[in-house]
Design a protein. Structure first.
Length: 408
């Protein structure tokens, strides 16, 4: 790969017509980025199943380190220099290993990047990772920020992993995080979000799109909690203390009742969150991400209360979208933890927001049936590792994509 090819604007061999080179890379451009060596995996092959409509799955490498404490990356040092000072134990995870609750680990990732000068990357936990209360963030050398990889970065990627509610068993080559490539300023401004909503509704209540003038938009589109209904209704789940571990390679395997307690609303549609307990809730609104956009869930404003409202943030193009008009969006799963003190939340209370970003072009494949997505049309918030919760009556879901054929 020549330096000239590495730095030139990415184009595939097929004609695309005019397009602005500012936005999130679609799946077909990620394939081209892999071909050019912007994303590589040394001796490992990158499978087709790793390529999502607007992101690529990052896989765990063979080694992990149990740390004395977490750390902030710093300019002037590598990740491994910090790990060598803080590591208490090295783990071989090729055949699997257990990660204990509330202990930080660093795991080398299979993928590494060689970004051109005009392309940056950002990472986020996969949805199933967040729903299990596994806190993760990507670390890079010479960088004092988590989950943000600057333009022109060349080097390895590492993942900090902290299981919070459950011990988890991990294994080499499973994926806990995703990476997006971005060129330029991709974020839609508030007036652009409203304009897009008038063309393709982004939020629905039941089957009706929310009026554009009623959207709550401030540097992102606000979502609220669904806590209404009779007291027997299940509006969420609360992680049980002292549960068994979860093997992340096992899908539709565990009885949810061994790990979760159902949450019922109080009169008036509210619940009180116990401090430092993990909750899974659903949004009142149904979200639709059009094919030409991607979205990312943003944290709740910390000045409004000690509340963490998400772990996993990427919404792919096609989430909740149905070109036939038969589906009116998909509810967003909300991962919530109150800090320090009990915290009351009410039905309809804004709790997080979505930032929408333009795609460089429409992906060849969309979230949903095109990629065998697990959470399209979800009415429950439990991760794919649990058998369906009968009290939540979720829709049937397609299994994970089974295509492990290498791309290259």
């Amino acid at each position: 790969m020549s330096v000239q090819e590495l730095q030139t604007p990415l184009r595939t061999s097929r004609a695309r017509g005019d397009r602005a080179f500012a936005g999130v890379f679609p799946g077909q451009d990620l394939v081209e980025a892999i071909r050019r060596g912007w994303i590589s995996s040394e001796k490992y092959r990158i499978p087709a199943s790793s390529i999502q409509p607007a992101s690529i799955d990052l896989r765990l490498g063979p080694r992990a380190w149990a740390l004395r404490c977490s750390f902030l990356p710093q300019s002037g040092s590598t990740v491994m220099e910090r790990v060598h000072h803080l590591a208490q134990e090295e783990l071989d995870i090729r055949d699997g290993a257990q990660l204990e609750r509330d202990r930080p680990y660093v795991i080398e990732l299979v993928e590494q990047v060689r970004l051109p000068a005009n392309v940056r990357a950002k990472t986020n936990p996969k949805s199933s990772t967040g729903r299990l209360d596994v806190f993760t963030r990507v670390i890079t050398d010479q960088n004092n920020r988590f989950d943000e990889i600057p333009e022109g970065y060349e080097g390895k990627l590492y993942l900090e992993v902290v299981p919070r509610s459950f011990a988890v068993r991990v294994k080499e080559l499973i994926s806990l995080n995703q990476l997006r490539l971005v060129e330029g300023d991709a974020r839609l401004k508030d007036d652009e979000v409203r304009s897009l909503h008038r063309q393709i509704p982004l939020l629905y209540l039941d089957s009706e799109p929310i009026a554009a003038d009623d959207l709550a938009v401030t540097d992102g589109l606000f979502l609220s909690l669904d806590l209404k209904g009779p007291r027997r209704r299940v509006v969420g789940y609360r992680a049980k203390p002292h549960s068994h571990r979860v093997d992340l390679t096992m899908l539709r395997h565990y009885d949810w009742r061994d790990y979760w307690e159902p949450v019922h609303p109080e009169a008036g549609g509210r619940i009180v969150l116990a401090p430092e307990v993990f909750y899974l809730l659903l949004s009142s609104e149904r979200v639709c991400v059009p094919p030409d956009c991607a979205a990312e869930m943003m944290a709740y404003d910390p000045t409004a209360g000690e509340l963490r409202t998400h772990y996993a943030g990427f919404f792919d193009p096609g989430f909740g979208y149905d070109p036939s008009g038969g589906r009116w969006g998909t509810r967003a799963a909300l991962e919530v933890r109150a800090r320090d003190v009990p915290f009351m939340v009410d039905d309809g209370q804004p709790i997080c927001k979505l930032a929408f970003e333009r795609m460089i072009e429409r992906p060849d494949r969309l979230y949903g049936q095109d990629v065998g997505s697990n959470y399209q049309g979800q009415e429950t918030m439990l991760s794919k590792h649990f058998a369906a919760a009968q009290t939540a009556a979720p829709e049937s879901e397609d299994p994970d994509p089974g295509d492990t054929a290498p791309l290259f």
